[in-house]
Ligand binder design. Sequence first.
Ligand code: BG6
Length: 477
Amino acid sequence: HEKLPPFPADFLWGSASAAYQIEGAWNEDGKGPSVWDLYTKIPGTTFKETSGDIAVDHYHRYKEDVQLMAEMGLKSYRFSVSWPRIYPHGTGEVNEAGLAFYDSLIDELVAHSIEPVLTLYHWDVPQALQDRYGGWESREIIEDFNQYCITLYKRFGDRVKYWVSLNEQNHNTNHAYMLGMHPPAVKDRKRFYEANHIMFLANAQAIASFRKHVPDGKIGPSFAYTPSYPASSSPEDMLAYENAEEFTSYWWLDVYCRGEYPSIPYRHLKQQGLAPVFEEGDQELLKQGMPDFVGVNYYQTITYEHNPLHGGVSSGKMNNTGQKGSNESTGIPGLYKTANNPHVEKSNWDWNIDPIGLRIGMRRITSRYDLPIFITENGLGEFDKLESEDQVHDEYRIAYLKSHLHQCKQAIADGVELIGYCSWSFTDLLSWLNGYQKRYGFVYVNQDEEGGKDLRRIKKDSYFWYQDVIKTNGENI
Ligand code: BG6
């Protein structure tokens, strides 16, 4: 290795999770149902009908989990608050027991010098708001989300200085309104763009309120960034790649970081009658939502090729992050379609393994917006094996994380301002659609789709590796 500058002394070495995927206790202590609580109980929606009713029982075992973080030396921990745990009916009365749970979790983290990074929304809309007005499809949600956020700012703003507004709005809405795989499981491009517009407004409003309530804090959205590549240097493929980057990345990033939609895709969608409707005040509100950092959730890159207007793939799907078996090409006629990239390895879940793609992505964001970056997710989902004497030899995960961290170091040398890195995930957790077979954690949890296991925590080899990385501030990366 050439000699690279070290990671900053205050680098936020971390790891991440999301409420629905770890907490369980889905109907305890006054919590209301979220859209996921109901959706996963519809037969056929998830692998082996697995729900997060119990998940990895973090709600009852958070002290043990934080203890494991402390022992590892973790500097930051990203978690999400379950909105219906705080507002069981979406609005109205606050559930004090819900707030008390997060109070204790935050106190526990702070007591161990672990910086809490709080995500306001990681996909679990209160079912009450879905029933009342269709969730993200109604502008009423902007104020309801704002009130929920203000409640958290007031309660936790003294101890929590890093906040993530929306987690992967792009991935979540793509699955909810284009692919029909997340609740409310719709396939409708018009509704997709409308719901996104409302989420952009809610994001901006939540950030505007944040400035008043937590003036010394930092906030930004977490974007599922899957940087695009062209399949070849043919001008047609280059155009397809440019289309993909505009429609599947800058559509979100430009609104977050500039308060404006990128003009080419906006005009294109307007001609087709698909552009979101602007009401009075929208433009001003979007401008109030400028973030302090861009949260990047990175798993892989995607390659695109020319897709003729007539013929070729006609699925109309937009692919942001591939699912297993994503070999099937998807795209939008006239714009782009996905292609295989023979230059990168693939995981056992058919996801591209591309560490340099992370560096490329961070550089694109830096060049375009010149904002600090916080990697809020990066990791490898694999079929881990629990060996005798409670060992998990996940050297493939160590290799994945190490190569990605090396590109982070390179990116810092390139001029990217990277403030932290949260791996996905700390403990194993429920993969929304894939049960427990796809594991990401440093800590194995003895849980499966059948349930009934003892849920004990087991340190994987990667746990000890990351412990050393933190201790040496990434010196050997
Ligand atoms: C991100 C989400 O999309 O990817 C996480 O923010 C999720 O919540 C992670 O678990 C991995 O996805 P999957 O489908 O492999 O579990």
